[in-house]
Design a protein around this ligand. Sequence first.
Ligand code: ADP
Ligand code: ASP
Ligand code: MG
Length: 320
Amino acid sequence: MALIVKKFGGSSVATTEKIMNVAKRVLSEKQPGDQIVMVVSAMGDTTDDLIKLAEGITKDPYQYTREMDMLLTTGEQVSISLLAMAFKTLGQPAISLTGPMAGMKTNSVHTKGRIVDITPQRVHEELDKGNIVVVAGFQGSDEFGDPVTLGRGGSDTSAVALAGALKADTCEIYTDVDGVYSADPRIVKDARKMKEITYYEMLEMARLGAGVMQPRSVEMGKFFNIPIHVRSTFTNKPGTIIREDYTMEDKDFVIRGVAHDEKVAKIAVLGIPNTPGIAHEIFSALADANIDVDMIVQSIRNIEKNVTDMVFTVATDDLG
Ligand code: ADP
Ligand code: ASP
Ligand code: MG
């Protein structure tokens, strides 16, 4: 008997047929007595489509972050209800819960929320009644009860955090590739699949753009010390285990992987006075707006006039 959290990404639940297949697979692998919590993303490109819908109203919908969260949280609400129904049609008791119903408490940083606490009482109660519990990924609510999303790819973080809070035996991340590779396998055809990778290595790759796991989810895994199994929705092959240390001998590599990120914008602030405190002024304004800054280059433009250029990168989503 085990408590297992299984997360299925958008491409795994892109159609009703795929949702039925997910339900069938989960039931075929379920051992008697297993308690199963599913965390699901919105169907296919739903989140992107919702963003486009908002762009029909305004060029920069992210200026209205609370309303974006109200909009984006609907995507996951569709998939949880359909998946719970799929289980029921197969004779398996199941119930869908939104992030807030599952006890996901976040801060109030809309569209980039962070989980501050999880009180999964309701999840335990429903499991004890014999239900498979289907939880909406990517969402929680703040102290006012307002919906907050966890940033793109945030369902990974919902799943790992919930697994930690429930003291689950394992957390499985089902996706459209069969594990973590040394580079994006869709781009690099001879990339190597890794049997195991440490939290630290995965975090580094994820931060630099390996979109297979949201960086926060890897931090959560390390925090709760819960092994994460990244594997394919469409095959039964074993995937990649993200864990603290390797169990295999294969430790003697210099480079573990290569990551890339296409959603990076470079901003150059030109000809600013080269006085102490100027960098602090720029970067604290960005920090106040919850914008992460990546690479920073400062160069002297003109020694006589004592002016400098400050060049840095941010996510393209933050450009506006
Ligand atoms: P999901 O919808 O299941 O969350 P994502 O699209 O977020 O799926 O993540 C899976 C994708 O991550 C893969 O399709 C792959 O293109 C991409 N990816 C980027 N880097 C890697 C990597 N190093 N290993 C595996 N997949 C990667
Ligand atoms: N649906 C959200 C997104 O597309 C969350 C996720 O899929 O993890 O970013
Ligand atoms: Mg994802």
